[in-house]
Design a protein around this ligand. Structure first.
Ligand code: ATP
Length: 212
């Protein structure tokens, strides 16, 4: 529906690799950002569109007193029960897709030069790659990911390692990448990489419009 007009860029990377840091930098440069992780949080926040469906399917005990999904309870259920995970995804995935398309169309109407879809599990899902023109992978050593997430989310090392193990490996992600953003230096160095990426995508867009 969107393909063939403005460049569609997927942005992925393992937990704590720096996807948000990169997408924030691109947003400042004028890119249109659709963050599917943010959407997943919004639909499960108080008054979120997934809440009534989750309550019906799983019971009121999975909704916390604020009206949001009880993430801790749901995480432990779906970790132990693959069928429950499927039921949850059957509720959330179509709603995330619908909101992703809505935001992308809105940004397109606003005249952004390209769209960036931030998708944490893009390589794992398989369904995104054919929809995109370019896949950008934010990369850093696993030890750096672990240290950042322990520091940011105040999680113990074994919990971060468990999350890392459930995701695609660094090598699997790199094998899918069209463009790799190295994020093992300072945030200032990342800023320079982001500017470079932005210019590269603008050039692709220019080449595309001059050849059509
Ligand atoms: P998640 O998958 O958990 O959403 P993410 O890939 O979006 O993570 P960020 O949130 O951008 O990663 O970064 C994780 C943490 O590491 C943040 O606290 C961020 O400020 C910090 N960080 C990212 N890049 C750097 C860097 N180059 N130097 C120092 N800190 C960094």
């Amino acid at each position: 529906m969107l393909k063939g007009q403005l460049p569609l860029v997927g942005l992925t990377g393992g937990i704590g690799s720096g996807k948000t840091a990169v997408s924030d930098g691109l947003a400042k440069l004028g890119a249109g950002i659709v963050d599917t992780d943010l959407i997943a949080h919004q639909i499960t926040a108080p008054q979120g569109s997934a809440i009534p469906l989750i309550q019906k399917q799983f019971g009121a005990e999975f909704i916390d007193p604020s009206g949001a999904l009880d993430r801790v309870k749901m995480r432990s259920l779906v970790f132990a029960d693959p069928a429950a995970r499927k039921s949850l995804e059957a509720i959330t995935h179509p709603l995330i897709k619908q909101e992703t398309i809505r935001q992308a169309q809105h940004l397109k109407q606003e005249g952004v030069p390209y769209l960036v879809f931030v998708v944490p599990l893009l390589v794992e899902s398989g369904s995104w790659k054919p929809l995109l023109d370019y896949l950008v992978v934010v990369d850093c050593p696993e030890e750096t990911q672990i240290e950042r997430v322990m520091h940011r989310s105040k999680l113990p090392r074994n919990e971060v390692e468990r999350i890392l193990k459930a995701q695609a490996s660094r090598a699997e992600r790199l094998a899918c990448a069209d463009i790799v953003i190295e994020n093992q230096g300072t945030l200032a160095e990342l800023g320079a990489e982001v500017l470079n990426l932005h210019q590269k995508i603008l050039q692709i867009q220019k080449d595309r419009s001059s050849s059509s």
